[in-house]
Design a protein around this ligand. Structure first.
Ligand code: F6P
Length: 343
């Protein structure tokens, strides 16, 4: 058993859930208990659990059987303790968190979450808590890591959905518009669009012109392509109050005269068991987070760069977004093969 000064660590999951969080909790917990002899405290519902002092001690048995489980056994919330104007606005939440962290006897806190969580984690680290961040999100948009767990599982689900739309689109000779998640980033739409053989792929990073989209689809019809698949990221700019898929389907049908239907994939993308790749990534992240704690290296977010797990300072991550670069090789190759990006 390796030696360490940290005896008792807390762990929480915050922000939107995704497949792989339980695998990360298990990675943290088992490494902490078995490798370092630490105690592990599971905090409920993200930062809310720290504010309300809702937590349980996790032993090794409670960490068994959760590797393949979707969601998070700890629960989650979008509570941002540094945001003003919520129901607790009269309470100094960061102060409460510090107080409860001390009262719970924590030597370190692992925060599993996306961009918002890493920003909060960075601020708590700045305030003097021993924090380690673990990035997760189906959006794959956390700065400082090549990939987040959750993304691969969501990609499988979105690609499977697109595969299914091909057969019904072909039967009815329709245009199918499918909207996938991703927040302000286009990773999920780009990857599922290309993996699913999308004819048009629209992502927030590439401004689109609806007339260009309509022209691409009409040209396919003229070239005797019986149907078309349009994959669209939820974050593309559309008129206020409209959903991306709905707006596009209406506009496409109006401009092309071709029968068009839309599908919004929604929360299905976040549910269910993590893919094997996500299980492995989450496990590696969880174990590495505890190694950092054992070395006393705090204020870091674990990350993977060129398949090597390492860490980046939380202060560098907080507040940044990792978007798809315009010259991403997947975009370039897809363009060469006739995929329309609407520009
Ligand atoms: O960040 C993950 C995500 O699923 C985004 O893709 C989506 O925009 C958002 O969360 C939905 O958030 P909520 O769970 O708050 O509805």
């Amino acid at each position: 058993m390796a030696s360490t000064k940290a005896r008792r660590i807390g762990i929480l999951s915050a922000g939107g859930d995704c497949p792989g969080i339980n695998a990360a909790i298990r990675g943290v917990g088992k490494t902490a208990i078995l490798e370092y002899g630490m105690e592990v405290v599971g905090i409920s519902s993200g930062f809310l659990g720290l504010i309300n002092e809702e937590y349980v001690t996790l032993d090794e048995n409670q960490l068994s059987g959760i590797l393949t489980l979707g969601g998070t056994i700890l629960g989650t919330s979008r509570e941002n303790p540094f945001k003003k104007g919520t129901i607790f606005s009269s309470i100094d939440k960061p102060h409460l968190i510090k107080k409860h962290y001390d009262e719970m006897g924590l030597d370190a806190l692992v925060c599993i979450g996306g961009n918002g969580t890493q920003r909060t984690a960075a601020l708590l680290a700045e305030g003097g808590l021993n924090i380690i961040g673990i990035p997760k999100t189906i959006d794959n948009d956390v700065w400082g890591t090549d990939v987040t767990f959750g993304f691969d599982s969501a990609l499988l689900i979105a690609t499977d959905a697109i595969d299914r739309l091909h057969t019904t689109a072909n039967s009815h000779k329709r245009i199918m518009v499918i909207e996938v998640m991703g927040h302000h980033a286009g990773w999920l739409a780009l990857y599922s669009g290309v993996a699913g053989g999308g004819d048009v792929v629209l992502i927030p990073e590439i401004p689109f012109d609806i007339d260009v989209v309509a022209h691409c689809l009409k040209r396919r019809a003229v070239n005797k392509k019986p149907y078309s698949i349009v994959v669209v990221a939820e974050g593309i700019p559309v008129p206020k109050g409209e959903k991306a898929a709905q707006y596009l389907a209406d506009a496409i049908q109006e401009k092309t005269g071709l029968e068009t239907r839309e599908t919004i994939l929604g929360y299905i993308q976040r549910g269910g068991s993590p893919s094997p790749m996500d299980r492995i990534l989450a496990t590696r992240f969880g174990a590495y987070a505890v190694d950092l704690i054992a070395k006393g290296e705090f204020g870091q977010m674990v990350s993977v760069i060129s398949n090597e797990v390492k860490s980046v300072p939380l202060a560098e991550v907080g507040g940044k977004l990792r978007n798809v670069p315009m010259n991403h090789p997947v975009i370039e190759k897809a363009r060469e093969m006739g995929v329309c990006f609407g520009d």
